[in-house]
Write a protein that binds this ligand. Sequence first.
Ligand SMILES: [Zn+2]
Length: 368
Amino acid sequence: MSTEEPPVPELFEEVIGQPRAVAQLRAAARRPVHAYLLHGPSGSGKRAAARGLAAALLCPQGGCGVCNTCRRALAGTHPDLVLVERTGAALSVADAQTIVTRAQRRPFEASRQVLMVADVHLARDSIPALLKTVEEPPPSTVFVLLADDLPPTLATVVSRCLQVPFDAVPVAAVVAWLVDHGVDPEHAGTVARASGGSLDRARLLVSDDGFVARQHQWRSVPTRLDGTGAAAAAVSSELLAAADDALAPLRQQHAEELLALADQADAVGAKGVPGRKQVEEGHKRQERRWRTDDLRFGLATLAEVYRDRLVAAVEADDGSHSSGSAAGGRRAVRRAEAIDEASAALSRNPNESLLMDALMVELSGMLD
Ligand SMILES: [Zn+2]
């Protein structure tokens, strides 16, 4: 427990499970630099952290957390906190031009302005323009760049900024956050383990009615496999169909995002959304990743069922070393291992239905 830190929890209270980043931001706010780069996986709290940092930089008291300036900065409504979001799939040259123009503007109220730029990892052609303005901003402009990862092309930009790394949010922190928001602790635990350390994903899963149903479906697999190939094939295709259904909330979000882009385009009289195809490709990539994560979590749930059986077999063994329970234990170990292997294979972009069919056949005991 540090006693030197001033008690300003209000600035970063929405940043969950990132003590290292928060400590770094607090120190950085006391000695401001002209450019910060907050980087880490999506859903790890970078935007909330950037708003907290902006409050510290704009507030006349250095981030009291309670004044009007702090409150508006934290809400993202302060006129000297400017958020620049990409208008298409990548952070384009036109977006960089917007950033350069905004950077030259004088602050409205505060002694400086904070220019927050989202998705800097998606900058390509715009990197030279971005680099130039980040290198030499007007003295009253502070950059807070946000990136999900740091591609090598970004190296020069990265080197001009104070870097603040974010990690995936630890499961325990996601659980605590969900429980704080009124989610039942048991459900919170399941959602947190499936969230992959992303609060955004946890937020979507918690309101996804299908999530609990999918959990039951995975847990019931061993009782549904009756040793026939027909049952194995049926279970495999149902699980894959359920993984498709799992995408519904994300697809909904993506559809809304496209609608908003279309409205924006309408408002400026553009013919269609600029870079629509790339936006859609980005959505597809995210949906594939989400689907793989969902399958992987389902497989982990299933492996847990077999590990529970192993524990039961060991307990039933009870020193009598009956051959039945020992064989059952060995089988459960083999099944759990086969599931872990299938889960690892998912990252190698396999034919999913072949992979799942083969796994279900193996779990059916047809190969024993
Ligand atoms: Zn304040």
